[in-house]
Design a binder for this molecule. Structure first.
Ligand code: SF4
Ligand code: SF4
Length: 350
């Protein structure tokens, strides 16, 4: 659809939140009891945190929970009863989420509706509407300006202006949101696209040449690069980068229970872990640097080769939260041939 533009006053933004709570399960940034920034379910508009800062955990768990029961069974009375999860009872509204976190869903969607339709995930996505909030500045580790992820898949984006938001509607889902609360929105005046462009330039989030996509061909020739061992072997395989990442989506399946009853459970997994892809007789990624290499190449080579965009929004969480300070952006630039300087100045001895 062609984009549509509206003005939402600050006062009407509060009204939108309150009215939407009656119709949606509303998720927004808020503070937990300890003051930590999280994606949660604030009960009043005053509890919503309108900040550029990202919560450590992205919003992906609202479509792909950290743990979920895929099927539960019970045996008794000569029969076996099996239950699959019910579809979500309410529509979900992601209110004021970071644009990169909203865009990450579109990237994961491609996997979950590719060779197999993942019903539980897709049922949740079907009922999700995103009203993202544009950042006013790049954060310390972000590099979304270097990644050309598909922002136009985000249902609606609100750009903060003086006393109001300029809201860009990009999908039918976003249009339904406006139609539902039409009296809160006014038609935008002037030239909204020019206004948005100048907002992004001022914020530093305007897309520059998407350099990290151009690293793909360089990475394809760097699989055997000798420096992987030096530069990626500091990884301790903790999985923090994948758990906090909005686009990582690998999971494990566990069966629990026995003859009389049990369940099949899906839990997040991570490719940097020692047992990931391990087989009884062999672990093909038998060194830690190979496991980290897999994560990076999956994001910037294998996934784009199959689906188009890179498997990354440049949110920077994996840099911020890595306990050993591995920097994926610098590694992509180095192994992709965009920079001669190895991260940290370390280089494999010739
Ligand atoms: S790259 Fe960092 S965060 Fe990720 S598994 Fe390795 S040590 Fe943990
Ligand atoms: S790989 Fe790192 S920078 Fe990219 S989306 Fe995941 S956490 Fe964010």
């Amino acid at each position: 659809m062609d984009a549509e533009y509206y003005k939402l006053s600050a006062e009407n933004a509060a009204g939108l939140f309150e009215r939407a709570r009656a119709d949606y399960d509303v998720v927004a940034k808020t503070r937990d009891a300890n003051g930590n920034l999280v994606y949660g379910r604030p009960v009043s508009f005053e509890d919503v945190a309108f900040v550029d800062e990202q919560p450590p955990m992205s919003a992906k768990a609202f479509a792909l929970p950290q743990n979920e029961t895929l099927v539960r069974y019970e045996r008794g009375g000569g029969e076996i009863r099996a239950e699959t999860p019910e579809a979500p009872a309410r529509d979900l509204l992601l209110f004021g989420v970071n644009v990169c976190d909203a865009a990450a869903f579109d990237i994961i969607d491609r996997v979950f509706q590719w060779d197999y339709l993942d019903d539980p995930y897709l049922a949740r996505r079907e009922r999700t509407t995103q009203l993202a909030l544009a950042c006013t500045a790049l954060q310390r580790d972000c590099f979304c300006n270097r990644i050309s992820y598909a922002e136009d898949g985000v249902d609606a984006v609100a750009y903060p202006r003086e006393g109001h938001y300029l809201v860009k509607i990009q999908t039918d889902n976003g249009r339904r949101l406006v139609e539902r609360y039409r009296n809160l929105f006014a038609e935008a005046d002037g030239d909204p696209e020019t206004e948005i462009t100048s907002f992004l330039e001022k914020a530093g989030t305007a897309k520059r040449e998407p350099l990290l996509e151009t690293a793909q061909s360089g990475l394809a020739g760097a699989f055997e690069h000798a420096d992987w061992e030096i530069l990626a072997s500091t990884c301790i395989g903790c999985g923090i980068c994948t758990y906090t990442c909005p686009t990582c989506h690998c999971f494990d399946i566990q069966d629990e229970g026995g003859y009389v009853g049990g369940r099949r459970l899906r839990t997040w997994d991570h490719c940097t872990g020692r047992t990931f892809t391990a087989m009884p007789a062999h672990q093909p990624r038998d060194r830690q640097y190979k496991r980290y290499r897999q994560r990076l190449l999956h994001k910037f080579w294998y996934y784009p080769e199959r689906f188009g965009p890179v498997l990354c929004t440049g949110c920077g969480r994996c840099i911020t939260h890595c306990p050993v300070k591995i920097n994926i952006k610098e590694l992509v630039e180095y192994f992709g041939g965009l920079s001669d300087a190895p991260p940290g100045g370390r280089r494999h001895a010739p």
